[in-house]
Design a protein. Structure first.
Length: 193
């Protein structure tokens, strides 16, 4: 019988799954979707390929698990950052600060790699659904402010935020990027005189 590395079999299995997901995420970020195979994930986690199939049935299954793992943690951190805020500008500011804080620690790298990849339809649809959930507070704030051309403005501000995330991820000072991003967003949503 194989040795377990936790007090219970359930905890051991959870640790193994977590290790596989962490390895798969790193492979995804470093090498793209094609690098995420059961054999490569198992090797990176120090497990035999047959062991991987105890947790995931295919490469697509691994990718789906990465999607389900990354977004809820990020969204939970956003919810904490937004807790108790009701003014739309305050919500947007906190949303930007938390999004860029997460970018500074690399939390968005898996989602970015997945967004750029050729995914199975089911994974792509789930990724889009989770992204809509993630941006809902920002969209709600824009709606409360009654910005003209809501969807166009949202897309443009989304582009600003994506550029800010890329700047932070490439080494720019997160505080400076955050200040500049918030200033641009404030200018964009300021009511016309």
């Amino acid at each position: 019988m194989p040795k377990i590395s936790a007090p219970t079999v359930a905890e051991h299995r959870q640790r193994q799954r977590d290790a596989l997901l962490a390895s798969a995420t790193e492979l995804l970020v470093q090498g793209g979707v094609s690098a995420v195979t059961p054999a490569a994930v198992g090797a990176a986690a120090g497990l035999a390929r047959p062991s991987v199939y105890q947790y995931f049935d295919s490469s697509a299954g691994i990718l789906a698990a990465i999607i389900e793992d990354a977004f809820p943690r990020s969204n939970a951190q956003l919810a904490i950052a937004l807790d108790g805020l009701t003014e739309p500008v305050d919500v947007m500011d906190a949303y930007v600060r938390e999004t860029l804080r997460q970018a500074a620690v690399g939390a968005h790298r898996p989602a970015a790699a997945l967004s750029a990849a050729q995914l199975p339809d089911q994974c792509r649809e789930r990724l889009a659904e989770l992204h809509r959930e993630q941006i809902a507070p920002f969209m709600g704030a824009l709606q409360q402010l009654s910005v003209p051309d809501l969807m166009i403005t949202a897309r443009l501000l989304g582009g600003v935020l994506e550029a800010a995330m890329a700047a932070v991820e490439s080494g720019s000072d997160p505080d400076a990027v955050t200040r500049a991003t918030i200033a641009l967003i404030h200018a964009a949503v300021k009511p016309a005189a």
